[in-house]
Design a protein. Structure first.
Lengths: 358, 163
């Protein structure tokens, strides 16, 4: 049997074998990702429910575990209504444009030391380029809807993204300076040596700026003025229904997971275990060693922790006013990141304390 | 100067935001208040005003004497009564309709009734399956009264000393 399968495999020409392997890897990344997107919505409803001293969804399936499936089915069977005088092509294209970059960015995320889809040297640039692509989906959706509320939402979103993209970029410049590489795998490998070596400590202000800009970038509460259901109904996606709406929904949550993954990779040591400084003898013990050692489970754990913070913020903070968002972005985050980059540069090149940032 | 510095420090350390997060974080582990409705129910007051009923005396005679006070007091004009003389010479209703869509469940009919005939039960889970069912007639009201008489009498007895 195995011989037969090998024979079939070898029958493919070499170039298609590479393509097939990559395709398999893409499926291996995307299927769990989409499943976790579905269950992130469930986790969000449950966690926010618990924080509001209620139970959250618990009727569909045991403990409500089938709730996201039921939601997806409901949305699948609903009609997609295109408003009159809407730009039809852009109206349908916008959700795709919002969703695709959130998935494409996963190509360069290193899951473990040996597991990734693409190990490109400009990984950080690729990430920056793709995360800023996502906002075009929002802007185009607002414009194509031919609705004033949607248009207001997309304008707000555009201004917000412009403001926070810069702060986010500068925060990543800090990581780049510390690691000396744009390759995400290199960045993680530079944080080796246990929890005290992670970049969250020397780059703490940049971590905070990145996390908060990440919340703003994904249009999540308290930065959800683009949706602002109490002000402009639902913002950019008022006119969307059925699967088109569901794709915006998926895009938002996929973006959240992506930002959480980037946070883990760049500031929290990615797949590295926080206990790397433990004696090698302990790490060689069969089960405990695997759990405490490096591995994808640490990456997943860190992603979940950051995601929990996202949900926690949403349960806690009221929405920022539009002008407050602009003030925070332009007058606080950009100066803070610039100052910290200056401090880092000064320390690394002019004083002997540069090792702090390495 | 010190005050301004303190304010800056508090802002940059996100002190107040962390306090807010602590509040929601505590509530994450708090006991949940949700009542799982069909399985669990909240206690109902004996004064609860739900679906209407017409009561009878213990000997089986209907209480209602068609005085039409409830019809007059009803703020939503939900009650329609027609009356006639019965064979034994007493005045009785020939028609007693309540439009449950008009009814606002204020309980004035019950308050106004001199013979405690029209009452509101503690039933709040009722529904209609076809058009017109929302107007309930005398026979239905009497049937509800017969079915829940025990509960109705008990509720009225509990409440009697406060009236």
């Amino acid at each position: 049997m195995i011989k037969f399968l090998l024979g079939v495999w070898n029958w493919f020409p070499g170039w298609s074998q590479i393509a097939l392997i990559d395709l398999g890897k893409i499926v291996l990344i995307l299927v769990p990702l989409l499943l976790s997107v579905a269950y992130l919505t469930y986790a969000e409803r449950k966690i926010i429910g618990y924080m509001q001293v209620r139970l959250g969804p618990n009727r569909v399936g045991p403990k409500g575990w089938l709730q996201p499936i039921a939601d997806a089915f409901k949305l699948l069977f609903k009609e997609i209504i295109v408003p009159t005088k809407a730009s039809r092509f852009l109206f349908v294209f916008a959700p795709i444009l919002a969703f695709a970059p959130a998935l494409a960015a996963w190509a360069v995320i290193p899951f473990t030391d040996k597991l990734w889809l693409a190990n490109i040297d400009a990984g950080l640039l690729y990430i920056l380029a793709l995360t800023s692509m996502g906002v075009y989906g929002v802007i185009i959706a607002g414009w194509a809807s031919n609705s004033k509320y949607a248009f207001l939402g997309s304008l707000r979103s555009a201004a917000q993204i412009v403001a926070y993209e810069i702060a986010m970029g500068f925060a990543l410049v800090g990581v780049l300076m510390a690691a000396g590489s744009l390759n995400l795998r290199e960045i993680v490998l530079h944080q080796q040596g246990g929890v005290h070596q992670w970049y969250i400590w020397p780059l703490f202000p940049l971590f905070l700026v990145y996390l908060i800009s990440g919340v703003a970038e994904t249009n999540r509460a308290p930065f959800d003025v683009a949706e602002g259901e109490s002000e402009i109904v639902a913002g950019f996606h008022v006119e969307y229904s059925g699967m088109a709406f569901a794709i915006f929904f998926l895009a938002e949550y996929a973006n959240m997971i992506l930002i959480a993954a980037l946070c883990s990779v760049m500031f929290l040591g990615g797949w590295l275990s926080p206990f790397e400084m433990l004696p090698a003898k302990l790490l060689a013990v069969p089960v405990i060693g695997t759990v405490l050692g490096n591995g994808i489970h640490w990456l997943l754990l860190k992603i979940s922790a950051v995601l929990f913070c996202f949900l926690w913020f949403r349960a806690t903070f009221p929405r920022y006013r539009y002008d407050q968002i602009m003030r925070l972005g332009w007058k606080v985050f950009i100066p803070v990141t610039l100052v910290w980059i200056g401090v880092m540069g000064g320390a690394m090149f002019l004083t002997p304390w540069g090792f702090i940032f390495h | 100067m010190v005050k301004a510095l303190k304010r800056y420090l508090n802002t940059f350390l996100l002190f107040e935001l962390l306090k807010g997060l602590a509040v929601t974080g505590r509530h994450l582990f708090a006991r949940k208040f949700t009542v799982q409705y069909p399985e669990e129910r909240t206690p109902i007051s004996p004064r609860f005003r739900g679906l209407h009923a017409l009561r009878r005396y213990p000997n089986g005679e209907e209480r209602c004497i068609a005085c039409k006070l409830c019809e007059a007091v009803c703020p939503a004009a939900a009650i329609t009564i027609e009356s006639a003389m019965r064979a034994d010479g007493t005045r009785r209703t020939t028609r007693y309709d309540i439009d449950l869509f008009k009814c606002i469940y204020c309980g004035f009919c019950e308050e106004s009734c001199p013979v405690d005939s029209i009452v509101e039960t503690n039933i709040f889970e009722f529904h209609f399956e076809s058009r017109g069912e929302h107007v309930i007639h005398k026979e239905q009201l009497l049937a509800i009264g017969d079915k829940y008489e025990k509960q109705l009498a008990a509720d009225r007895a509990t409440d009697a000393k406060y009236r």
